[in-house]
Ligand binder design. Structure first.
Ligand SMILES: Cc1cc2nc3c(=O)[nH]c(=O)nc-3n(C[C@H](O)[C@H](O)[C@H](O)COP(=O)(O)OP(=O)(O)OC[C@H]3O[C@@H](n4cnc5c(N)ncnc54)[C@H](O)[C@@H]3O)c2cc1C
Length: 457
């Protein structure tokens, strides 16, 4: 049995910022972080595109698990906004949420991000262009660290934290038990006892979190999944938006079904990449701050949210089934030219190769209409034509669509205004709470809980 004042499950942004803040506001506390994956420098995905082209289901996924969490190789876009990225403000208030996101930004700048840029939508002409064309640009500031600087910042935070807290890698918490004194995190070989327990298991820990919630009688409330494609086109098509904003979060209501479609995770001069969730290959994107590593293409996702009501409960299962279909037909991610999709034709390797756009991800040419539900595909096509009005060229025949992109959400847990469960001293933060879906919200939720604990010691 190991005894601590606070145990933190997961070393993603939520866990890291909880530990960081505790070291500042309550340095007397003995804190442990228990992390399923590897330290940062040992996180290497074996897929090299040559010898290993497909996921070989490693014990822990280098992309999703380990120090830095799912965010370690991300684009490092820290969006400072209450308009998207989570609903932390519903618990702690809009002003506090923004203040904490700014605080997280200050730390990222201090730990290596000083040379990066903070973009803002404030008084942008692009907003007017959007409104005139039935599109809506969401308000945000965004710090783009880039995959390279994000990695550097995490490395520096690790150097700081390893002197202040005990970090256990390759250690999976199997269960969380409530005791008279607090909580026990049970692993295969040890038990970590503490008065306070903060769970920050992220998206990869979503199924485990559901199990823990049901064992501890914590109610879950919502049920959502986002499904769509990743669009890749020449960077010139969007550079008037990305040069000014880096990322434009644009929302559109379709006329056919009145559904909301949104752009998500825009990566100027970036790369489209595979993402592995529980062995299912979906698509994602990122980009580098270093001009040497940039490409000629910009990519972003177009997503449609599906909310389910009773009796259906497994929204993630629905998204997984659609992704599995693309994996079945394409052996992984499918790529299709927009022109081929519109004409009801499968894209062929020949047509992709003879295109003027060079795909940045090796994917199987195919037909997305055999994979995506009609309603979602219709929504996406309508949005592409709408975007073409503010960024002419979006609806060109050669625009590439990769599918499927799925954004899985954790079941939202019933938490109070301090992100505390019905059990005193047990907090759930970050993406596994269902409250946050982004780096900045997850990090801010950690800072909030650390301060709350220190104030209530
Ligand atoms: C490829 C990619 C790109 C992204 N790009 C961006 C971006 O640019 N901007 C943005 O805002 N968001 C981005 N995101 C999302 C962002 O990474 C997440 O919102 C964020 O990492 C959530 O932080 P978290 O701490 O809640 O969880 P995570 O980062 O998922 O960390 C959870 C950690 O808990 C560990 N864990 C899980 N279960 C257990 C257990 N039982 N025992 C011990 N440890 C456990 C996991 O191994 C993991 O390391 C991206 C995600 C991906 C995958």
């Amino acid at each position: 049995m190991k005894n601590y004042d606070v145990t933190i499950v997961g070393a993603g942004p939520g866990g890291i910022f909880t530990a960081y803040e505790l070291s500042k506001v309550a340095p007397e506390l003995k804190v442990a972080i228990i992390e399923y994956g590897n330290p940062l420098e040992k996180r290497k995905c074996p897929i090299d595109g040559e010898k290993i082209t497909k996921c070989i289901s490693c014990k822990t996924c280098a992309i999703m698990n380990g120090f830095g969490g799912a965010g370690a190789f991300s684009d490092g876009k820290y969006n400072i906004t209450n308009d998207f990225g989570g609903t932390l403000y519903e618990h702690i208030g809009k002003k506090k949420a923004l203040e904490l996101m700014h605080y997280v930004d200050d730390i990222n700048v201090e730990y290596g991000g000083a040379a990066t840029k903070l973009y803002s939508t404030a008084s942008s002409k692009i907003k007017t262009d959007c409104i005139r064309n039935g599109l809506h640009l969401l308000d945000a500031k965004v710090r783009h660290l880039g995959t390279d600087i994000n990695y550097e910042v995490l490395g520096n935070l690790f150097k700081y934290l390893k002197e202040k807290v005990d970090i256990y890698f390759n250690t999976e918490v199997k269960s969380v038990k409530k005791t008279d004194e607090g909580y026990e995190c049970v692993t295969d070989s040890e038990v970590f006892a503490s008065k306070y327990c903060i769970i920050s298991a992220g998206r990869s820990g979503s199924k485990w979190m559901e199990k823990v919630s049901s064992e501890l009688g914590i109610e879950t409330i919502s049920n959502r999944v986002d499904i769509g494609v990743r669009v890749e086109l020449p960077s010139e098509v969007f550079n008037h938006i990305t040069d000014e904003l880096y990322e434009g979060k644009i929302v559109f209501r379709t006329s056919k079904y009145q559904d909301r479609v949104r752009t998500f995770c825009m990566n100027p001069k970036g790369l489209v990449v595979n993402e592995n969730t529980n062995g299912i290959i979906t698509v994602n994107g990122h980009s580098y701050e270093d001009p040497q590593k940039q490409t000629e293409n910009t990519n972003f996702a177009l997503l449609v949210s599906k909310h389910f009501t009773e009796p259906f409960k497994d929204s993630n299962g629905y998204g997984e089934s659609i992704a599995r279909l693309s994996n079945m037909l394409g052996g992984g991610v499918i790529i299709q030219r927009f022109g081929d999709l519109i004409r009801g034709k499968r894209s062929t390797p020949g047509r992709i190769e003879s295109s003027f756009i060079t795909p940045t991800l090796k994917a199987t040419p195919g037909d997305l209409s055999l994979v995506m539900p009609k309603r979602i595909l219709d929504d996406i096509i309508e949005m592409i034509y709408a975007l073409d009005k503010i960024a002419p060229g979006t609806a060109n025949d050669e625009t590439l669509l990769y599918g499927v992109e799925v954004k899985f959400y954790n079941m939202e847990l019933k938490l109070d205004e301090n992100l505390e469960t019905r059990h005193k001293g047990l907090f759930v933060i970050g993406d596994c709470s269902g409250v946050t879906h982004s780096l900045s919200h997850a990090s801010a939720s950690g800072v909030y809980v650390a301060r709350y604990i220190s104030e209530n010691l």
